[in-house]
Design a protein around this ligand. Structure first.
Ligand code: SF4
Length: 102
């Protein structure tokens, strides 16, 4: 039996569905998930994006996939889910929120 690379974890703490086809981001990775791509993911999951912000939409996707809606909560820049699809964006969102709360 030939084993392939390990699956990419979609969002938060369980492998996602559609997210498995997307490469993970890194904390330094420039390309973040853009809204058209996130909206398409949401649409495929039956979520109406409406005027939702990126953070709200990602959290909705996480919940719909059965994951914790932890996007933007890694405010210390730490999360053990290194394969998380949202990692880079999540850390940026968390930093933004943390600065805003100070
Ligand atoms: S990187 Fe962010 S969105 Fe991903 S599992 Fe960690 S806290 Fe959740």
């Amino acid at each position: 039996m030939v084993e392939g690379p390990p699956p990419v974890i979609g969002a938060s703490h369980r492998p996602g569905t559609l997210a498995n086809s997307h490469p993970p981001t890194t904390t330094k990775g420039k390309p973040s998930m853009q809204m058209p791509e996130i909206r398409a993911m949401a649409r495929d999951l039956g979520i109406k994006a409406g005027r939702a912000t990126k953070a709200d939409l990602v959290r909705h996707i996480q919940r719909t996939e059965g994951n914790f809606d932890c996007y933007g909560s890694a405010d210390q820049g730490v999360c053990d889910q290194t394969g998380c699809l949202w990692r880079g964006d999540c850390f940026r969102e968390a930093r933004r929120n943390h600065r805003g709360a100070a």
